[in-house]
Design a protein around this ligand. Structure first.
Ligand code: LLP
Length: 438
């Protein structure tokens, strides 16, 4: 989907820009987004639905990477937007994103966040639990504001993925479970309420899923309940949102399907089940995050120190690490990398890439083959576009990197590198802050 290649100088080039130029201009570490890659992926998702002639929305799950420029791009690409906090909603507002295409998620939306969503008249709220539902009922009544809701259910499907990013199983903090009748009770409450409109059903089974069967199973599970709700409550949804979670390639062990294949298979499953119920196919919604932006992102680091332990291991340290990519430490995620300024050279060394945090677990890549790399060389780690910047932190008071978008030989900085001043911006001196408050 992307545009990276090795140029005549033997350097990695992304979007027609030599990354050594980007390192010189913006410094390192640096997140580089190949905008064309994101465009192509959005287009493939949309085209798959259009080929199937179904009504759809592709919502970008902004938790994967949220910033004003990214939300503007999502708008330009005709995507909807999944937000899951007041901060993500605020970012969408700042980007001028059309509020009617915003969907609000989360297992603990606060009353303030719900009020913000109601005031801004967003497209829908994905109701997750009874606490939220009762707040929403009271707030829409007192504000005399209508709101579309989807009801989030846990379909009881276990996605074969890391347990921290698997969400569809029954024992989950998310959504209403089907077996105990909770979902049915919630549906009744919403249907009986004059300001809430039950637009549809939502399920999300997990992340980094490679098998289309997971989505097919979820669809089948949902339809078992739909049949029941249709009979007992006379309810049939307008919208079926099957969530996100489409897997991407981080390294050679990952074999994602072409994006359209997930869509084809889930739409076919839904068509089949709808036909059984003699009902029209609901509008199909998805909400990919990683599959839209993950492979579009590359992190560029400068190589610093080297430690050779004879007959054991060589550690090469870079100027970032778990502060800009916590996924290896948190999920044992594996990544691939090349030396960006020696991209055409033969790989003759086996090294391990360490981050700069004071933490043995801050290792980005174990046992990576590289050409002989020295201090000052540039390491490019691929597929860092999702849950990289969005999970970045200031551990050890390390600054969050800058982010650049590249396309057609042009580059622009969309998030500036943090400064030391940013680190202490909200802090007050203990010694000189005047008398304490009582
Ligand atoms: N929809 C819902 C309701 C979600 O909870 C998520 C992700 C998505 C969509 C988007 O999933 P995606 O298409 O990006 O896989 N920090 C973890 C991932 C956590 C995902 C949380 N929810 C990671 O770095 O792998």
């Amino acid at each position: 989907y992307g545009t990276s290649c090795i140029n005549r100088e033997g350097h990695l080039s992304i979007g027609g820009v030599d990354v050594t130029t980007l390192a010189d201009k913006y410094g390192t570490p640096l997140y580089i987004y190949d905008v064309k890659d994101i465009r192509n992926r959005a287009e493939e998702f949309k085209q798959a639905f259009e080929n199937k002639k179904v009504n759809y929305q592709v919502a970008y799950a902004s938790k994967a990477f949220s910033c004003i420029a990214m939300i503007e791009l999502a708008d330009e690409l005709g995507l909807s937007l999944d937000v899951c906090s007041g901060g993500e909603l605020y970012t969408a507002l700042q980007a001028g994103f059309p509020m009617e295409r915003v969907h609000f998620h989360g297992n603990n939306k606060t009353p303030d966040e719900l009020e913000m969503a109601l005031k801004e008249k967003i497209g829908c709220i994905v109701v997750d639990n009874f606490t939220e539902l009762s707040w929403l009922m009271a707030m829409t009544e007192s504000m005399k504001t209508e709101m579309n809701v989807l009801i989030r259910i846990t379909p009881g499907v276990e996605a074969h993925t890391h347990e921290y990013i698997s969400t569809g199983q029954e024992d989950s903090k998310f959504g209403f479970d089907l077996n105990s009748g909770q979902a049915k009770k919630a549906i009744k409450m919403i249907m009986g309420h004059s300001y809430l409109r039950l637009q549809g059903v939502h399920s999300h089974i997990g992340s980094q899923i490679f098998r289309a069967e997971g989505f097919e199973e979820a669809v089948k599970e949902i339809y078992l309940s739909l049949a029941q709700w249709q009979q007992e409550l006379g309810y049939y949804p307008e919208v079926l949102n099957v969530g996100g979670g489409f897997g991407i390639r981080y390294g050679e062990n990952d074999a994602p399907l072409p994006l359209h294949e997930y869509i084809d298979r889930m739409v076919e499953a839904a068509e089949k089940e709808s036909a059984k119920l003699n009902m029209p196919l609901p509008e199909m919604w998805i909400e990919p995050g990683r599959a839209l932006v993950g492979e579009a992102g590359t992190t560029l680091y400068r190589i610093g120190s080297r430690k050779d332990i004879p007959d054991l291991r060589t550690y090469l340290s870079v100027d970032g690490g778990m502060t800009d990519n916590i996924r290896p430490a948190l999920y044992q995620a594996e990544y691939e990398a090349i030396v960006a300024n020696k991209a055409a050279e033969e790989k003759t060394e086996l090294v391990s890439i360490a981050g700069k945090c004071c933490e043995s677990g801050d290792m980005l890549i174990w046992d990576l083959s590289l050409p002989p790399a020295v201090q000052g060389d540039l390491l490019a780690v691929s597929s860092t576009g999702a849950y990289g910047y969005s999970m970045a932190n200031n551990y050890n008071r390390i600054l969050r990197p800058a982010v650049v978008f590249v396309e057609d030989g042009e580059h622009r900085c969309v998030i500036e590198r943090e400064t030391f001043k940013d680190l202490v911006r909200h802090e007050r001196s203990y010694r000189n802050s005047g008398s304490p408050e009582k």
